[in-house]
Design a protein around this ligand. Structure first.
Ligand SMILES: NC(=O)C1=CN([C@@H]2O[C@H](COP(=O)(O)OP(=O)(O)OC[C@H]3O[C@@H](n4cnc5c(N)ncnc54)[C@H](OP(=O)(O)O)[C@@H]3O)[C@@H](O)[C@H]2O)[C@@H](O)CC1
Ligand SMILES: Nc1ncnc2c1ncn2[C@@H]1O[C@H](COP(=O)(O)OP(=O)(O)O)[C@@H](O)[C@H]1O
Ligand SMILES: [K+]
Length: 485
């Protein structure tokens, strides 16, 4: 499990640790780790051109001490001192090691660099980058040099991943002591590049994490595996109430996702046109053509997937109400999210609910503006889980799973090739199958997001994919997490 923490959590841990160590020890550890990553990234340190962007705080201090180490190894290091003040001891050590202070236009130095070290701000930052930090961040982004961010890319809020204005887009972020939440959650995560962790001894002082990311090994451990005693009913039967005479594909894709994710059986219930399509594509599914919008006559299931392609008319509303009146967990997606946002009382039920919105659908559910959700995904996923009393899987480039009282789980296994119609329907099927197999909403959602993202990568391999390919690749994704690949 990868863990990440807010700036406040890190600061508290640092204080506890610093109290036991001689002054400056942590910064020396941080700088040594930073310099080592820079040296590896450069390949050849001697003669290379390194530019340090140095802010007024300890983030700049890290950069200066690392710059001193690189200068001693023969790098030509220039520091752009951007703050109203500069870390005094760091600057002294840097100058003593032969580091130079950039005169003239900072942008020119940055343009010529092989490597730019972003030491403008770290966890001490508040709000959008101010001048001249903002221009320096943009200059670093425009330059051909490799950019290594110290602790967090400047302009990314360490605790949330928010990016309020200009921000450094790093190829590598060297983070001190423990990863910061903003390095895992978009839009911040997209600016961090590869995250390298420098151990400064913070471990024993850290509290429970703010957010976590499951590894393949974690998912493998959570995934159910059929045993000797298993039969199709005991493995878990998932019901799919999706698709309509107008939208048939969503039904096919959701059923496909469910079948590929290990359900013992998939029961599909819907109107005539999707029933015909599901029968044609998936002879494995047990299909009921509904004569009226209710699932009472469909056989027993352990969980329902409700919503993809369902429509939002009266027929769909009655069907949604009937599914939500059942006593098993229900995954609410797509059109069913529109229906429950019109009538939130539908979500008041004793059995668990997992909602799987993208930002637009969450906006309909909570009333928050879509842009605001995109900018502060973590906050909104958390708030929605608390307010609605459900588990929330918020889709997007990084997928978040929030449930009251649990650390938010972040998934980054996906690929932007997944941004194509119908992949969400597959995800709903996969998560529904895991619910039916007995995982709770939090585990089912986070394992489904992990497998779906991985399946997307397998299906894409750097080229376009269709949603059906993602469903087809789910078994290979399961194999890879089980084999530790
Ligand atoms: N403590 C430790 O043991 C260790 C700490 N470590 C390192 O220290 C870092 C934290 O250092 P920190 O606390 O000094 O804050 P930091 O992020 O450098 O900058 C704060 C200053 O920036 C400014 N500023 C703020 N917002 C701004 C904005 N929007 N736009 C522009 N300027 C802005 C503001 O100063 P101002 O110029 O406004 O006076 C503020 O005072 C941490 O990330 C890690 O790298 C490691 O060495 C490990 C050991
Ligand atoms: N840029 C991206 N990077 C990674 N995954 C993405 C990206 N954009 C979308 N996705 C994923 O693709 C899927 C899209 O689902 P959704 O928006 O419901 O589409 P649809 O309704 O067409 O099925 C989600 O799993 C989402 O997380
Ligand atoms: K930084």
């Amino acid at each position: 499990m990868r863990t990440a923490y807010t700036a406040d959590q890190i600061r508290a841990a640092e204080h506890a640790l610093m109290a036991r160590l001689p002054e400056g020890t942590l910064m020396m550890r941080a700088a040594a780790g930073l310099a080592a990553v820079c040296a590896t990234a450069l390949g050849r340190v001697y003669g290379s051109r390194v530019v340090l962007l140095v802010g007024s705080g300890d983030n700049g201090g890290d950069a200066l001490y690392a710059g001193a180490l690189l200068a001693r190894r023969g790098a030509r290091v220039e520091a752009v001192l951007a703050g109203s003040r500069t870390h005094e001891r760091g600057l002294r050590a840097y100058l003593l090691a032969g580091g130079r202070v950039a005169g003239g236009a900072a942008a020119t130095a940055v343009e010529r660099a092989d490597l730019v070290v972003d030491g403008l701000v770290g966890i001490g930052a508040t709000g959008a980058l101010r001048a001249p930090y903002d221009e320096l961040a943009l200059a670093a982004n425009a330059a051909p040099a490799l950019t290594v961010a110290v602790d967090v890319p400047s302009g990314v809020d360490a605790s949330s991943g928010r990016v309020a204005g200009a921000a450094v887009a790093a190829q590598i972020t060297v983070t001190m002591g423990a990863a910061k939440t903003g390095l895992l959650v978009d839009p911040g995560a997209a600016r961090a590049g590869t995250v390298e962790l420098v151990d400064i001894g913070l471990g024993p002082h850290l509290p429970g994490p703010d957010v976590v990311a499951l590894t393949g090994a974690d998912v493998a451990e959570l995934l159910p595996r059929p045993g000797k005693e298993s039969d199709k009913y005991r493995r878990g039967v998932v019901g799919v109430a999706a698709g309509s005479d107008l939208y048939t594909g969503a039904a096919v894709l959701a059923v496909g996702g469910a079948l590929r994710a290990g359900a013992g059986m998939v029961r599909y219930a819907g109107q005539h046109a999707p029933v015909t399509q599901v029968r044609t594509h998936w002879p494995e599914a047990v299909v009921t053509e509904l004569s009226r919008p209710g699932v009472e006559e469909v056989g027993r299931v352990q969980a329902w997937v409700l919503g993809p392609g369902l429509g939002t008319g009266e027929w769909a509303r009655e069907l949604a109400a009937s599914v939500l009146a059942s006593d098993v967990p229900v995954l609410v997606d797509a059109d069913a999210l529109t229906l429950v946002s019109r009538d939130p009382s539908l979500l008041r039920r004793a059995a668990p609910v997992l909602v799987t919105p993208h930002a637009g659908e969450l906006s309909r559910l909570t009333g928050a503006a879509r842009d605001e959700i995109e900018a502060a995904r973590l906050e909104h996923a958390r708030a929605a889980a608390a307010e609605l009393g459900v588990t929330v899987l918020l889709k997007g480039s990084t997928t978040l799973v929030a449930a009251a009282g649990r650390p938010v789980r972040v998934n980054a296994t996906g690929t932007s090739w997944l941004a194509t119609g119908g992949t969400g329907d597959v995800l709903a099927g996969v998560a529904g199958a895991l619910l039916a197999q007995g995982l709770d909403c939090y585990d089912a959602a986070s394992c489904a997001a992990h497998l779906h993202g991985l399946a997307g990568r397998i299906a894409a391999e750097g080229a376009p994919l269709a949603a059906g390919d993602v469903a087809a690749a789910v078994p290979e994704a399961v194999r890879r997490v089980r084999d530790g690949r």
